[in-house]
Design a protein around this ligand. Sequence first.
Ligand code: NAP
Length: 259
Amino acid sequence: MTLRLLILGGTSEGRELAAALDGEDGLHVVSSLAGAVPRPRLPVGEVRIGGFGGVDGLRRELAGFDVVVDATHPFAQGMTRNAAEACATPLPDGRRIPLLRLARPGWPVEPGWHAVTNHDEAATVAAGLGRRVFITVGRNELARYLSALRGHHVVARMVQAPELELPVGWQILTVRGPFTADDERALMRQHRTEVLVTKNSGGEQTRAKMLVARELGVECVVVDRPPAPPGVPSVPDVEAAAAWVRRTASTKSIADPTT
Ligand code: NAP
């Protein structure tokens, strides 16, 4: 029997998991991307692109799969919630689809960081810390900074610009990472950044800016992660996720992700 695996991706971990498992005997791997950015980095193997149409659409799609790994970004709340709900109850054919969350750990909060729980709070805190703000929270959340940071000098970096009317003094940089420490140092010096606002994404790919901010004495406002959906087992890295899939494939039963 071939185990049909759906990877919910859009992250380096999603691509690495596909690369690790694609082509293995007894596995058929399909990666799913949201289609939210132009020219996405594609995983190896079969790829589908675009939303499923909410929980109902995802459940219809799951008829063609045996197991799901949710490797979406730690802040991709909608997809993670939908996956948890779609897999929580049996499909019309009677099968309950096992779901594993693959989420890299967040960065430990450092002394001096301004840790906040949401973007509205981040905007207010950032506004009080300095006039020159560098925002790296992505396009979806930028609108939540407009009001508090109107009148500030703001540089917001993201892959794709949002459709927003920007206040005077705001600038969008559309560019795709990862960025080296030299890149981040040059950018923060060029814009004389006083405050950095970011999400606690974790991992190494976006960490250079945190190290450079500390080096340059830039205040860091860090938005904490949304809570994980209850009842979904989670692993912190690609190796553990691949091992879970292989064990599930070999035993034809749901493996324990902690063993
Ligand atoms: P989101 O709020 O969790 O998802 C919004 C909707 O986009 C979902 O309800 C789903 O639409 C669709 N979607 C999201 N991920 C999908 C996937 N892998 N395959 C198919 N459909 C998907 O997501 P987001 O925060 O906008 O992020 C979009 C994508 O970018 C995610 O795949 C995520 O991994 C990646 N990403 C996000 C961030 C971030 O900070 N949020 C950073 C880096 C990469 P339907 O309801 O129609 O199924």
